[in-house]
Structure formats: C-alpha cells, structure tokens
Write a protein that binds this ligand. Sequence first.
Ligand code: AMP
Length: 187
Amino acid sequence: MTRLLLIGPPGAGKGTQAARLAEAFGIPAISTGDIFRENVKNETELGRQAKAFMDRGEYVPDSLTNALVRDRLSHEDAKAGFLLDGYPRTADQVVELDDILADQGNTLDSVVLITADTEEVVRRLLNRALEQGRADDTEEVIRRRMEVYAEQTAPLIEVYSNRNLVREVDGLGAVEEVTERILSALK
Ligand code: AMP
C-alpha cells in the first residue's frame, strides 16, 4: 500500500516525476491540474468554472477541488494506493484529505517535497509554454502562480513536517536522477 503526496512549486517537475513514481509503485498518479485541464478541454461545467481561475494563476476554489478529489479517491484503482500530484494545496484541502482518508480507515505514508530555484523554475515553465502552449504559462501568470504557492501551499510543508512525513528532494538535474533521489528518499 502506497499513499503519497507530491508537493513543490510550479515547474519543479512534479508531473514528470509523478508519472514515473506511479509506474514504479503500480499506483495511479492523480493530478488535480490534469483533471481540471481535461475538463476545460471537454468544456464541462467544472471546466468552465475552473478555467477562469487557472488562466489567472489562481487556485480553483476548495469546494470544487475537494469534491473532485473525494470522488476520484473513491474509484477502485485508488484503493491499493495513490500518488496525489498537486493536492492538497491549501490548509482546507489538508483537512479534507485527512477526512477522506479517515473515512477510508487509511493514512498517508509520505509527502515528497520537490525543491527548485525560482528563476530556474520560471525558465522551465516558459520553455514548457513554447512546447505545450499552456494558457497559464505566460511569465506574468507564472509569477502569480509562484506567489500563490508561497502564500498558500508552502505553509503546508510545516504541517506535514510536524507529522514526520516529509522527504525533501532536490528537483534540479536529469529526470532519471531526480526519480532515483525520490526512490531512495522513500526507502
Ligand atoms: P498544475 O498542473 O498542478 O500546476 O495545476 C494547474 C492549475 O490548476 C493551478 O494553477 C490551479 O489553478 C489549478 N489547480 C490544480 N490543483 C489545484 C488544487 N489542489 N487546488 C486549487 N487549484 C488547483
């Protein structure tokens, strides 16, 4: 059973590492960002509501995000474990996740914190914008996303540190190298 969270600033490589770790552990990688983007693409009601926030680099309201995660974690494939990429991001989401897990009689195993230098991260995200054309990858929006991370998500690291769950890993370097660092930090 593996229940993991991946926390880190935008552009630290969470999505890339999440896919690799999910494969290594045989568990689903659940990215709230991916689920929102999928909904935007399919023009669902959730997508329509989320897009307004995403395009500005703001967080989607907790009410929408929490309901989505509660539903996703109730699916059969998440029973044997999961890796959450980009959730929780607010104090309220931490409370919700605790509640979901308590309802299931489960607990978290580890929180992987991927660190990265701000300027390096901005450079990476601008690069990704060129490659993938994400609407929230303009420099102004990227800077806003970093601010929102610092204000709302960075404080969660202390919450999980106090529970002795945090494994900090340097996100700089080759993709394979970072994966190795995470795997050994989790041993
Ligand atoms: P990501 O791909 O994880 O960087 O997420 C892209 C965008 O989706 C974020 O900038 C937010 O607007 C939204 N989002 C993703 N996860 C969350 C979350 N846990 N809480 C609120 N908004 C989120």
